[in-house]
Design a binder for this molecule. Sequence first.
Ligand code: MN
Length: 389
Amino acid sequence: MNSFSQKGIQAPKEWFTGTVWLNMAVKPDEGYNVNIGTVTFEPKARTNWHSHTSGQILFVIEGIGYYQEIGKPIQLIQKGDVVKIPKNVKHWHGASHNNSMRHIAIISDVDKDKTEWYEPVNDADYNSFKTPVYEVENRLSTKAIMNHEELWPNYISKIKETDPDLIEIFENFAFDDVISHHEMDVKLRTILILASTIGSQSLTEYRMFANAALNVGVSPVEIKEVLYQAVPYVGISKVIDFITVTNEVFLENNINLPLESQAVTNPNNRLEKGLGIQKNIFGNRIDDMYKNSPKDLLHIQEFLSANCFGDYVTRNGLDAKTREMVTLSFLIALGGTENQIKGHIQGNANVGNSRQDLINLITQLLPYVGYPRTLNAIACLNEILPYKN
Ligand code: MN
């Protein structure tokens, strides 16, 4: 019996860069028609570019490494990950910059398999991948690390030092389970979470997500529009501090203020234009609201049309579908707004957001707003846009 846990023999220099060890546990000539071995890469060591006519399966059993298919970005891999390499696809695998990596490599159908070897992975390409400094301890899943890294490159939370258990639970949940549930565009996801932090009144989380938004390419205008849209729905008392923090974040990122105006109405046409967009989103219900309003409250209906819709909702900078989802995110995070949540679920449907889109929104907000608000939002959704088989 031989042990697969030993490093084995040094791999041939012609096909590998750096120090690599091969331990062939099941060899092609043993009659199983499969080739299984462990490969151990010292930090920075890697295979040359190569391809397998039968494909290859890697089980990462130790450490942290990289895998890349031709034409695709380098991918982080770590203990516990399985890499399924398609047939005849040029690729390489190896250790990360600072950690060794060991994987089990399986090639089936070895009778027919042929491995083609190409050029080494040059240092410039290898170094183009920034190792997440976000520490990998096999407590966080690779997806959680990469999703976190996408939002905040090279950022290490201080909470990681003081509360490692919480970070493990929260980040595996929020940055893997929740994000993996469906792949929402990262910009939209960030915008909606950002909106929810205003509703939740969390300046700390808002600042994090304002930075994340800029990191993933959300424009300063879009961020400001989220803020301005919050004013009529959340109230200036709850928004003012967020404007201050946004301006600080913008200054840190050399973004000049004020931004270009996104206003499309003026004092003369705001009522008419606001009423127009209000009816576009909510339909005939608006006529009924005016008709059914007591005379001494008619001014509130006019404020809604001219101010909420005319001054804010008409603005450029966010498309109608995104703006309506942003509004719903405020309402869900605020809590106690079930009537308005229902209205805006209908509003979302009217501008073209589906039940599935809204489930995705509610799912992405869950780690930030908690279960009670999530379940309340779901109850509203099921009432307005019921599940259909
Ligand atoms: Mn390979």
